[in-house]
Write a protein that binds this ligand. Structure first.
Ligand SMILES: C[S@@+](CC[C@H](N)C(=O)[O-])C[C@H]1O[C@@H](n2cnc3c(N)ncnc32)[C@H](O)[C@@H]1O
Length: 219
């Protein structure tokens, strides 16, 4: 059962909150080839998006995980806030990256403990596809748009990606579990309702991944 306070499968949440799970997630990015490729591509896209945005005062990175993107994001702002639902991830991140112009908070991206327009940019990577219902995925987006003053950079799993279309076949034929997807036009509509416009939406990879990285700016 998933809800606002436990929005992904309990076993996944427990894994991210455990020392073993958090360190394994970090190690995957150091050891596994597909993780290294996607990390490289995400960094290239993030740098390109920030080339468009320019330097900002503040960025909220939620969920930050173990701080995979912390150093990159720190290059583009004066103050970086790193947040995650998992205490263990936040602790590991702080231990590795320190507190110079960086703040840490244990928080849910579905109920961000910040006022409207509190930071210049909100970045939210690799959470949407873990959220178990469309309502939670849409709520996540609305929270990001609420807290950002200028821009939101967010990933979601696209319903129209090749990877998802193939999965839909396997759902029908082999009874596989469906992916936690969003339709791109629905993401744009939610952005529009919040006063944002989509600037860019690049697939992580056209083949082999359904993730899209979107950049939205306040109109
Ligand atoms: C796949 S990791 C992504 C971490 C980081 N953004 C990255 O790309 O490396 C997913 C993270 O989401 C965190 N998480 C799960 N539910 C959350 C929630 N409701 N709010 C904030 N973080 C959450 C987990 O603890 C985990 O660190």
């Amino acid at each position: 059962m998933t809800n606002l306070h436990a929005p992904m499968q309990p076993s996944k949440l427990q894994n991210y909150n455990s020392t073993r799970g958090a360190t394994a997630y970090k190690a995957d990015y150091q050891n596994k080839l597909h993780r290294k490729w996607s990390d490289k591509r995400e960094r290239a896209l993030l740098h390109a998006y920030f080339a468009r945005i320019g330097q900002v005062d503040s960025i909220l990175d939620l969920p930050c995980g173990h701080g995979r993107l912390s150093d990159l994001l720190r290059q583009h702002c004066k103050t970086l806030i790193e947040g995650d639902w998992s205490h263990t991830m936040v602790h590991l991140n702080q231990k590795d990256h320190g507190t110079d112009h960086r703040h840490y908070v244990r928080a849910s991206a579905l109920e961000i403990p910040l006022p409207d327009r509190a930071v210049d940019v909100v970045v939210s990577f690799r959470l949407s596809h873990h959220l178990e219902t469309p309502e939670l995925r849409e709520r996540h987006l609305r929270e990001l748009f609420r807290v950002a003053r200028k821009h939101v950079i967010v990933t979601w799993f696209s319903a129209t990606s090749l990877k998802n279309l193939l999965r839909e076949l396997r759902v029908k034929v082999a009874g596989k579990k469906p992916k936690n997807v969003l339709r791109n036009e629905r993401v744009r509509a939610i952005a529009g309702e919040a006063g944002y416009r989509q600037q860019l939406a690049k697939p992580l990879f056209v083949i082999g991944s359904g993730h899209v990285l979107g950049l939205f700016s306040r109109s």
